[in-house]
Design a protein around this ligand. Structure first.
Ligand code: ZN
Length: 148
């Protein structure tokens, strides 16, 4: 069985071929970039946070289909979450992807993100799946307002 078949290939291919919320936000309030040296994936993330809520989000990824699909699915999932909700979801998802604690999030809460669970069988690719979420963690503590 191929890697992509294991990874619920239809969902992954759909998101990587047609990424949702692709690009750069102007203006933005939060920004981060992340790099996965193992696979060569690069990803930037920009957020527009208003009153503690993520009103808009865009990402741009260069790399493998898993990193792109994870970024695309992430933007759909976190839009309209509060910073606290997005941060908590990110921690839970990363724990699920890198450990055996599968019950932290329901399948309903994960939505399309369940497609990433197949990556657990390919430890080298877990960083591809978590890259966008690392970027989110950095972005959430990286408010541009504190600079200006
Ligand atoms: Zn990758």
């Amino acid at each position: 069985m191929s890697l992509l078949h294991e990874l619920y290939q239809e969902i992954i291919i759909d998101h990587s071929a047609s990424p949702r919320n692709e690009g750069h936000l102007v203006p933005m309030t939060h920004f981060a970039e992340a790099y996965n040296a193992t696979c060569g994936d690069e990803l930037t993330l920009s957020l527009q946070v208003v009153d503690d809520r993520i009103k808009d989000v865009k990402f741009h990824a260069q790399g493998c289909s898993i990193s792109k699909a994870s970024g695309s699915m992430m933007t759909e999932k976190i839009k309209n979450m509060t910073i606290g909700e997005a941060s908590e979801f990110s921690q839970k998802l990363q724990t699920i992807l890198s450990s055996d604690h599968l019950n932290l999030l329901s399948e309903e809460a994960m939505g399309d993100l369940v497609a990433l669970l197949g990556v657990k069988q390919f430890p080298m690719r877990i960083k591809c799946a978590t890259l966008a979420w690392h970027a989110l963690d950095h972005a959430l503590i990286n408010s541009l307002r504190s600079i200006s």
